[in-house]
Design a protein around this ligand. Sequence first.
Ligand SMILES: *[C@@H]1O[C@H](CO)[C@@H](O)[C@H](O)[C@H]1NC(C)=O
Ligand SMILES: *[C@@H]1O[C@H](CO)[C@@H](O)[C@H](O)[C@H]1NC(C)=O
Ligand SMILES: *[C@@H]1O[C@H](CO)[C@@H](O)[C@H](O)[C@H]1NC(C)=O
Ligand SMILES: *[C@@H]1O[C@H](CO)[C@@H](O)[C@H](O)[C@H]1NC(C)=O
Ligand SMILES: *[C@@H]1O[C@H](CO)[C@@H](O)[C@H](O)[C@H]1NC(C)=O
Ligand SMILES: *[C@@H]1O[C@H](CO)[C@@H](O)[C@H](O)[C@H]1NC(C)=O
Ligand SMILES: *[C@@H]1O[C@H](CO)[C@@H](O)[C@H](O)[C@H]1NC(C)=O
Ligand SMILES: *[C@@H]1O[C@H](CO)[C@@H](O)[C@H](O)[C@H]1NC(C)=O
Ligand SMILES: *[C@@H]1O[C@H](CO)[C@@H](O)[C@H](O)[C@H]1NC(C)=O
Length: 414
Amino acid sequence: MLFKSLSLSFLLLASRVLADNDNCSGDKNVTAQSDLDNIKSCSKLDGSLHVDNLQASGITVLNIVGVKEVTGGIVVSNSPHLETVNFPDLETVDGTFSIHDMTRLNSLPAPKLNEVGSLELKVLPNLGELQFNNGIKKANNVEIVNTGLQSIKGIDITNIGTFNINNNKYIQSIDMPQLETASSINIAANAKKVDVNFSKLANVSSDANFNGISNVFVGNLKSTKGSLGFTDTSLNNVSLPYLTSVSQSLYFMDSTDLNSLSLPNLTSVGGSFTINNTDLVKVSGFPKLSEVGGGLTLLGNYSEVDFPKLSDVRGSLLVESKSSNFSCPFKKSDDVIKGNDWTCKGAVSSIAKSSSVSNTATSDGSSATSSASGSDSSAEHGKSASSQKSGASTVAFSAGVVGIVTLFGAALSL
Ligand SMILES: *[C@@H]1O[C@H](CO)[C@@H](O)[C@H](O)[C@H]1NC(C)=O
Ligand SMILES: *[C@@H]1O[C@H](CO)[C@@H](O)[C@H](O)[C@H]1NC(C)=O
Ligand SMILES: *[C@@H]1O[C@H](CO)[C@@H](O)[C@H](O)[C@H]1NC(C)=O
Ligand SMILES: *[C@@H]1O[C@H](CO)[C@@H](O)[C@H](O)[C@H]1NC(C)=O
Ligand SMILES: *[C@@H]1O[C@H](CO)[C@@H](O)[C@H](O)[C@H]1NC(C)=O
Ligand SMILES: *[C@@H]1O[C@H](CO)[C@@H](O)[C@H](O)[C@H]1NC(C)=O
Ligand SMILES: *[C@@H]1O[C@H](CO)[C@@H](O)[C@H](O)[C@H]1NC(C)=O
Ligand SMILES: *[C@@H]1O[C@H](CO)[C@@H](O)[C@H](O)[C@H]1NC(C)=O
Ligand SMILES: *[C@@H]1O[C@H](CO)[C@@H](O)[C@H](O)[C@H]1NC(C)=O
């Protein structure tokens, strides 16, 4: 009898412990606020938290209270009635913190959030501001696509993987003054005039693409191991005093206010080099540039083109100026241009559209990779919108340059 009641209470105790463990470990699918109440004593949730397709129309606010650490990911998605999702205690998410496809969401406070595996905010047209008051200090990848955000602040990361901000039509500023290195950067198809402060950014290990910006502070940039591009900007001048090399393509396109370039330390461009549709009267500011691995394309209204140290262009030459006062600085006999096609002339009435490979100056190589986990409509959305955008700035590259088809990124400083 005694034995029996002992073992019974032991069982009860054991089942209670088990129940507690159950509540705090394993993946949780939330279908009601009560599911969240069951985990509120779990300061650490050993698993992932999914709130997907929450249809109950009475729920407009979700409070995820008590949980400080999640060892898996957090996904809140496809719940059309949610207006607020609160994470008052959340500090760390080891996996991806992904909030997507919720048209009414307008508030996402996570005041203590410090560290996430990756951050994804997609298709949140009513989310106007980030409420990461503590500042996220660590994230591998950050992808913010098609939100109503007006600025990006509170992402205070020093070293980042993919940083992809596209199709946010209200964004006016992106401030990440702590950022020192990135594997890739894509800022594209946002509001027409975005101010970007990456004042400490030194190295990008793949591409950097700056599209649609009005100011960019990247004056500390030393190298990009991929491409570097500025397209569709309203910049007046670009000055990159420390930049020594771009391993793939370098391009300045569709920036009709751009009238001055200064890259005094740039010695080599690994891929093609393109300047098209700018306000430059004189192409200069490259006193040390000696090598271009692909083609050299300069299309505009130039009276002068000056590359004093240029000794080796592996691809073709396409230089056309509307100016009647332009005289070509290159001579076939110099043997600088190794590619087969040679065009260098002034007084053209309209600028060439060269044929062959068309190459888009956008993003989505990397955004496709980084959104692999969430194969949702937002990735498609971002993709189609930004490729629409890139239609305007499609560049045709000569066949010799096909290898570097991943035009993507850029960087710069004002
Ligand atoms: C949670 O939902 C996903 C699909 O949304 C499903 O694959 C998984 O089995 C669910 N897990 C639990 C514990 O219900
Ligand atoms: C654990 O979850 C169960 C329901 O699954 C709930 O009845 C119980 O109160 C929860 N335990 C704690 C400590 O929150
Ligand atoms: C960039 O941000 C840093 C830190 O907030 C600030 O000191 C600096 O003035 C900003 N640069 C520009 C050009 O706004
Ligand atoms: C950037 O790269 C250069 C050499 O390529 C290196 O000396 C420097 O330390 C790097 N800076 C950062 C912040 O990684
Ligand atoms: C170019 O780089 C050198 C170091 O390689 C540096 O000393 C110099 O200040 C740089 N030039 C400019 C204009 O910043
Ligand atoms: C080219 O630039 C000159 C001034 O440098 C200007 O007078 C002329 O209108 C420009 N032509 C075109 C087609 O933009
Ligand atoms: C033509 O170029 C020369 C030398 O660069 C310059 O002195 C002259 O003013 C230019 N003429 C016109 C009409 O732009
Ligand atoms: C140059 O820019 C114009 C206008 O944006 C575009 O039509 C043309 O295809 C571009 N050409 C090249 C070679 O980039
Ligand atoms: C443009 O030039 C001004 C004056 O030299 C400089 O302060 C500013 O940083 C430059 N802007 C860019 C984008 O390089």
